[in-house]
Ligand binder design. Structure first.
Ligand code: FAD
Length: 537
């Protein structure tokens, strides 16, 4: 890692007072970093605890009111609830640290709870990894003020990105507005760096003095499992009573997501190894084929921090070196690394422009000038997958059924909503968050604004994806479409991929008019012209 990056990477925010209680007791606060490997705050805290012969505990807060405010999906909440008992077990086995899981519906309750936990257990130092969303930043600042008064240290580390926010800047020290030059600098910085993974060393033997805990907490693996399930079930009931989500079979979605995403960092690391051993070598081409499972499927783990993004980079670089030598370059591996850089990029953008958290457009003028539609029926047709555009509908039904959507299809469906239907990108952004297992504010907001031409896209607004030609290119034999829209099985692909032919075939008197599937709700060519006119204005 370059000096500059390293300096920023190691930068911490701390109120930097240390009262020495004898023996001291320190606390690791887990947030979106549910892992032991390469966890910057955890490794730093273990090192300090070893040096000070301190007792170490850890805490995680279940915050249902906050999840709701963030539109967090049920499958993501479930993924966290399934991950926590495994984390508790491994913390105990590998580091002799007890994990406390406590229910604190809102962030203000978290502040009170943490303060009480520290007082009751004579904790003098808390460490955590930075979160970059607005509410989280406010919470941390308020907490810092409270803890300072009590002489308790609160240290935060940059951990969510491969290179931390504000470390990749233009020559005049500002944030890049588009991805490509950002990526160039990001790669250059990494090329000369010695990126370190942080290993948490086992803490001293004397651990687990009796802890004083609040009523709504759990600290054994079994209790954590039960508490997580209980809170998850309550959350499911809340979401099920939301009218806009009535069409989603949440029970079935949960079953699919549990199957596709077994919990825990061990699974995530194994998935990374398997991907690096095989699919990464064909990534550049296969990544755009939704009917193949050719991408890493790691986003759900990266989002909750069950795998380290730096580990992903290091693993990919190792494959690059092994197969292609020190100076080796490989399109497939480079492409995958560039996706990890996109993830960093959107976090850096969010830190640079905090107004994004309030769902303001990145390009301010688009908020004032574009006359977005809020047409309820059209939005509903998009949500449930009944627009009459097969690739869009197949993608949306896949999302509703599994909690996941392929990257190419996220772009196609987002462009269809914002360009063909001219519906405000914020509605789609919200709907994705409510469904995705990998829902992540920075990447989701970035992806939506990119698709809606309100964000960091360098391409002009008139480059609008045609969902029929996208289907022809990326689902040539219609395998993906027919998996999710079995009612279209009998339609030949040349009809499926042609808007005119499909419209004719599905219309009254047409060959497939009897099928229970709507005629395309808009004509792409006309809708495209309308969108361009709106943006030109
Ligand atoms: P791979 O192709 O294996 O890529 C590896 C990792 O790189 C991913 O796990 C992810 O962390 C990161 N990545 C890949 N593509 C992108 C990208 N375009 N932007 C940012 N990071 C990327 N990703 C999320 O993690 N959460 C979201 O909420 C999210 N919402 C999106 C919304 C829209 C409208 C769009 C266009 C993209 C969105 N993405 C989001 C990015 C991308 O679609 C997913 O990261 C990817 O599909 C996950 O599959 P994978 O893990 O197999 O990715």
């Amino acid at each position: 890692m370059s000096k500059t990056a390293s300096a920023t990477a190691n930068h911490t925010d701390s109120n930097a007072k240390n009262t020495s209680v004898n023996p001291p007791h320190y606390l690791m606060w887990f947030r979106r970093d549910l892992r032991i490997h390469d966890n910057t705050a955890l490794a730093a805290l273990c090192e300090r605890a070893n040096a000070d012969n301190a007792q170490l505990s850890a805490v995680f807060f279940l915050t249902p009111a906050q999840w709701q405010a963030h539109d967090m999906s049920l499958v993501q909440v479930d993924h966290i609830a399934r991950t926590l008992p495994l984390l508790a077990q491994h913390l105990q086995e590998q580091l002799k640290i007890t994990l406390i899981v406590q229910v604190c519906p809102s962030f203000s309750e978290c502040i009170d709870a943490l303060t009480t936990l520290c007082k009751d257990n004579a904790i003098s130092c808390i460490m955590a990894n930075h979160e970059y969303e607005g509410n989280e930043i406010n919470r941390d600042e308020q907490l810092n003020e409270r803890l300072t008064k009590d002489d308790i240290e609160f240290v935060r580390w940059h951990d969510q990105c491969i290179l931390p926010p504000q470390s990749i800047t233009t020559n005049d020290d500002s944030m890049y507005q588009v991805f490509t030059p950002f990526y160039k600098k990001w790669r250059q910085t990494l090329d000369v760096s010695d990126l370190q993974l942080h290993t948490a060393a086992g803490v001293n033997e004397k651990q687990n003095d009796e802890l004083t805990l609040a009523k709504n907490s759990a600290s054994s693996v079994k209790e954590i499992e039960n508490l997580g399930r209980e809170i998850m079930n309550d959350y499911q009931k809340t979401l099920q009573s939301t009218e806009a989500l009535q069409h989603v079979n949440m029970e079935a979605q949960l079953t699919q997501a549990r199957d596709a995403y077994p919990a825990g960092e061990a699974t995530a690391c194994q998935r990374l190894e398997e991907f690096a051993a095989e699919d990464i070598n064909d990534y550049d081409v296969s990544r755009d084929m939704p009917s193949l499972q050719a991408t890493s499927q790691l986003s759900a783990y990266l989002t909750i921090g069950a795998i380290s993004p730096r580990l992903c980079y290091v693993q990919a670089s190792k494959v690059q070196e092994k197969l292609h030598g020190n100076d080796g370059d490989n399109d497939d591996i480079n492409r995958w690394i560039s996706e990890l850089a996109w993830r960093d990029f959107y976090r850096h953008v969010l830190v640079d422009k905090p107004a994004l958290i309030r769902h303001q457009a990145y390009k301010d003028e688009t908020d004032k000038q574009i006359n977005w539609s809020y047409h309820e029926e059209s939005f509903k047709a998009w949500c449930v997958g009944k627009t009459g555009v097969p690739l869009v509908d197949a993608a949306m039904r896949c999302l509703n059924a599994t909690g996941f959507m392929h990257n190419r299809l996220r772009m196609v469906t987002a462009m269809f909503l914002t360009k063909d239907l001219l519906i405000d990108w914020r509605l789609g952004e919200r709907y994705f968050m409510q469904q995705l297992i990998d829902g992540d504010f920075a990447s989701n907001n970035g992806g939506w604004q990119w698709s809606a031409s309100t964000g960091t896209d360098s391409a002009p607004y008139f480059r609008i994806m045609n969902p029929f030609s996208q289907a022809k290119t990326h689902d040539a034999n219609g395998a993906f479409i027919k998996t999710w829209l079995p009612e279209l099985k009998s339609i030949p692909t040349n009809v499926l991929h042609s808007e005119d032919k499909l419209r004719k075939a599905l219309s009254k008197g047409g060959q497939f008019a009897d099928l229970d599937y709507p005629v395309p709700m808009v004509e792409h060519k006309k809708a495209r012209q309308l969108a361009i006119a709106e943006f030109k204005k």
